[in-house]
Each structure stands twice: as C-alpha cells, then as structure tokens.
Design a protein around this ligand. Sequence first.
Ligand code: C2E
Ligand code: MG
Ligand code: MG
Length: 667
Amino acid sequence: MNKKNSHIVSSYPSDPSGHDKRSVWQRLVEPAATITEVCERRQASLVSALLFVLVLTMLTGVVYMGFFSSSPTVGIVLAGADIAIGFTYFLSRTRYYRFAPLLSLIVLALIPIMNVGLETDHSPENLLLLLIWNSLTILLSSAITSFRNTVVFVVVNILTFLLLPVFIPTVSFINMTFPLIFNGVNSLTILVFTQHRNRMEKDRLLEMSRVNQQLQVELSERKKVEEQLAHTALHDPLTDLPNRVLFTDRLRHVMERAKRKKNLLFAVFFLDLDRFKVVNDSMGHNIGDLLLIESAHRLKSCLRNQDTVARFGGDEFVILLEDMEYPTDYKIVADRILQSLRLPADLGGYKVFISVSIGIVLNDARYERGEDILRDADIAMYRAKNQGRNCYEIFDPSMLAGVMTHLELETDLRRALENQEFIVHYQPILNMEARRINGFEALVRWQHPTHGLTAPAEFIPTLEEMGLIVPMGYWVLDEACRQIRAWQVQYPSDPPLTVSVNLSTRQCAQADLVQRIAEILQKNKLDAGSLKLELTESLIVENAVSTSNMLSNLREMGIQVQIDDFGTGYSSLAYLNSLPIDTLKIDRTFISQLGATGSGLEIVRTILALAHGLEMNVIAEGVETDDQLSILLAMGCENVQGFLFAKPVSHQEAGVLLGKSFAALKD
Ligand code: C2E
Ligand code: MG
Ligand code: MG
C-alpha cells in the first residue's frame, strides 16, 4: 500500500483491531478521501449511489434480454453499456466524480446508435427515428437540467414515454422500452442530482450571503476604525476640538479664498487661559483637564458653526472666524468669549475662576503664510496678558519690538539667576505703640549690569511666567532668613525681629514648599515665629482648597501668614474666617486716599473693624505722610510701613536704621 492510499484508508472509521466499521452501502458510495469539503463529499456519494443503481438496472436489462429477446445483439449492447456505466461508477468514487454523470449520459445516448448498427428486427428508418428520439430526449433533458427547471424536466420525460409509441408504432417492445427505462433512470439520476445541486447551491448562496454579511460588518468596522484614525489625526483627544494640523489647513484654505475674493473678512484669535498652570499645579491634572474641556465647550458655544476653534496643546486655543459680515464682528465675538469664560466653573466639586487673554489678527494681504498669522496672534495674546489678562489685543506690527524686548528680558533673567545678580532690600515695619521696628519686609531687586537697580514689577511677572520665580523665591527666603537671624543676634529684642517674605502663586503651588521652608529655617537657625509669609488675596481665593492645607501646615510650624495688598482683590470675605491668617496688610491705595479726599477712610475703618472681629493684626502699607499716620493712629492702627519712615534699603542701610533710635527714624 502506498503512502497516499494509507492516508485514504486511515481516514475511514475503524475499530482498534483495524476492521472497517463502515456499512456495505457506505463502502459503495464513500467518495475519495481527497475530497475534503463536506458539500462535495455529499455530492460525490450521491452520484456514486445513483450510478450504482443505474448499473444494477442495466444488469437486469442484460439478464432480461438474455432470456427474452429474439436477438441477442441488444443484450450485448446493453452489457457493453453496463460495463461502461460501471466504469463511470468507479469514476464517481474518485475526485473526478463530476465527470461521471456526463460520461454515463454519453454511454446512454450511444445505446440506440449501437442498436441501429446491430439490430436487424426493424427497418433502418424506424431505428433511425428511435435514435433521434432517444438522443433528442437526452439532449432535451440535459438542456432542461441546465435550466434547472425540474418540473418541466419530469414532464418532458413522461411525455417522451407516452408519445414514443405514437410516433414509432412499429418499434418492438424491447427496443422501445429499454432505452426509455435507461433514459428514465438516467433522467432520475439527473433530476436528483440537479435537485441536490440546487440545494447545495442554495446552501452555498446562503453561506455566501452569510460570509458577505460578515464581510459587510467587517468592512463597516474597518471603515469606522479608519474614520476614527482620521479623526484622531486631526483632533485633540481631550477636548475633541480640531488640532493644529486641521486648523492650519482651514486657515490656508481661507487665505486662498481671501486672495480670490478681495472683500472676504476673517480673523484669527490666539487664546491662552489665565493662570491655568496654577490651577493645574495646585488642584491636580484632573481638574486641569476638566477646565480645558469646559473652556472648549464654552468657546464653541460662542461661535457660529462655520467658525473653527482648535486646541494647540496646553491651555492654548485658536479660533478662525470665517466670512465676517462686518469688519468689527470680531469684537462682538471676543467680548462674548471673555464674558463666557469669566463665569466660575464647577469642576469636580471645586469652584474655579478662570479668564482668558486673546490676541487677534485680522486678515491682511501682507500675510503669505498661516504660521505668520499665528505667530502675530500669539504676540498680541502676550500683549493682552501683559495688559492685565482677561482682555483682548489686536496685533500691531509695533508689538514685534515688544516681543524682542521680552525675549531679551528672558535671556537676561536666566543669566541673572546664574550670576546671582539679585539682591534683597529691606523695608522696616514699625509698631507705633511700642515705638520700635518690629521687623522688615524683604523685597527683591535686580542689580542689572547695564540698566542698574531694577524694581520687581519689571521682572517678577516674567520670572513667574518662566517658572524661575520658584528658585529665585527660595533664594530670597534663604537670604532674608540669614539676614534677619544675623540682626537678631546683633540687635536682640523681645519679641525678636521678624522678616516678611512675599510668596508668588507658582511658589505656593510647589508641593514641597512647607518642607523647603522648614529646611531654610533650620539651616539659618531662625525660629519659625520670626518668619511671616505674604500672600495676595487673589492667590488665596483662586486656590482656596490647596492653599488651605498649606496654610494650616505653616500655622502648625508657627509661621505667620499675612494677606498682602488687602482690599484690592476679591470681594468674597468668606475665606478670611476659614483660613489660618494672622495679619491683613491694607493696600497703599487706601492709605494714600486717607488724607486728601477721605474716600479711603471708611474702607480702612471697615478693614480695621473686620480684622478686630476676626482677631487679626493689621499693617498699613505705603504710609507716606504724617496726616495719614495720625489718621491711622486715631483709628487704632499701630503697625505701619511706608516711605514716611524708610524706603526699602540695602541690608547695610537697614542695619544702620536698626542702630538708630526710633525717634530718629523719620529724619
Ligand atoms: P508688596 O509686597 O506689596 O511690597 C510693597 C511695595 O510697596 C514695595 O514695592 C515697596 O517699595 C512699596 N512701598 C512701600 N512703602 C511705600 C510707600 O510709602 N509709597 C509707595 N509708593 N510705595 C511703597 P516693590 O519693592 O517695588 O515691590 C513691588 C512688589 O513686588 C511687592 O509688593 C511684591 O508683590 C513683589 N515682590 C517684591 N519682592 C518680591 C519677592 O521676593 N518675591 C515675590 N514673589 N514678590 C516680590
Ligand atoms: Mg508684600
Ligand atoms: Mg503690598
């Protein structure tokens, strides 16, 4: 047994002793093992079964002829045909089973021809007619079979049987019947075969439509994924707004249109959320994300459908206003945006206040490239930030000069930090009742190599923007603590001298702020009670939750917290009650209004009453005249700071002040 055969046999079911367990019939119709597809196997076994029946029928014919026919030639022809059909049966057991029915058809068609050649019982004309009749029937059956109309097929065969004696009355019974019987069996074979094939085709069609449906589903899923990918490539995942790529494309498009259509009006807004970084750093990235989503939502609601709002990353948004009706339409939109973003947002249980600064570029033939428009809108946005935020600015070419200066300032500041160009000045804070200097406020100065001594207003905002305020702030803190400790040793007093240090928003957002402060105190051997930290109202209100923890930790350490520039920030006073705050520093704008118009009087009186009620201390900042001082004293405000006594001075000069008698301070 060769290898191939062994494979075939092994595919049949057998018991452990190796005996074939198949029935005789199964053995007769089992298709070739190489036919593996279930449908094909079924089809092949059906063909085998039918051909086997046909062989048996014909064999009966041979026997019948042997006994009853007057002429043995018909029997011989039949026997030959039977052998041929037998061959087709074996063919049907192989993978060439498809050819078996066709071959059997040919053999059957040949029977009458053979009869014509051998039969002597009848006239050649009748036999010719029989031949034509038989052939036509077979051809017709086959043709109809190919049309798959089985009913017509059966009718034709029955008609054939009924009509033959009418057309060929003289044909002998044997010659008439046997071809017809064979034809009938053959027709039956074809009929069953056809029906089976139809069923299979139906099955196949069903299978195909199922596969088709599946393909359809897969295709639509694939399309969805592709769309998703395309969407992701062009949109910001957090806010689902268009991203830079899509925005730039739309901008280019509108610029091209503007070239063709001269009166087309469009505008580009560059937006940056004010103090977003603080929210993000102090409240966590989740709240930051929520804020961005909320802002995106609000921005969208301020625009028409044809306008585009995109996110460029971080807290930067960009807007393209297309086809403005009037040249001033952008103002309406900008005002609407400012208004909308100003409203407090409820995010994850927090009330977050936010605003936005907007830079605007109006369409201008000068621009060849979208990037230039974006650059200028960005510059205008920076101007808006410098103008105090929460506003918009329209780009003007003169702003470029400002940008250059700003860039220079940034470079200079980096160098300043490296070269230690910062120094600390000290301004005394006095207690009029005790007639002594209670302590000093540490105020940073920049000893610029060419511009000279520079005030903090000129560089602190930029340092804050660059994040460099953090290292600088720690440096000031360290320096001030060191200095005050030295003075405490040199000028001992009870209570000892204190130092007030200003903290910026960025510094407060540092998670390790309290720890760093503790380290600095320890390093300089300064008692925590000698350090006072100054925070602005807005910083505290905007980050109420995060600062609350920090303030409590500071209070626990014994460090005092003062609110700087009190009265200029927020109207909400609720926080005063709930936070551990020790001192309010009345802003100097109110002090300056004390003497002249008197409008500051009521405010100062109210602040004093408030502080008194909350058991807080008060320091009046910016006392410049004797009048102001006497009004303050009359109202019971004993702690003062201002040019009336001393400007912020270098540590050497401050040392001199400490050495002076109190009465001599004003001289
Ligand atoms: P501030 O904390 O409110 O400091 C008081 C400011 O008022 C100082 O301005 C001081 O020179 C000025 N001043 C005091 N008395 C008078 C007066 O009688 N009349 C007038 N016209 N002004 C008076 P300075 O030193 O220019 O500081 C400005 C601001 O810069 C400070 O305001 C503070 O917010 C910030 N700053 C200064 N140093 C630092 C620092 O080391 N870190 C941080 N984060 N901010 C600082
Ligand atoms: Mg201050
Ligand atoms: Mg102040």
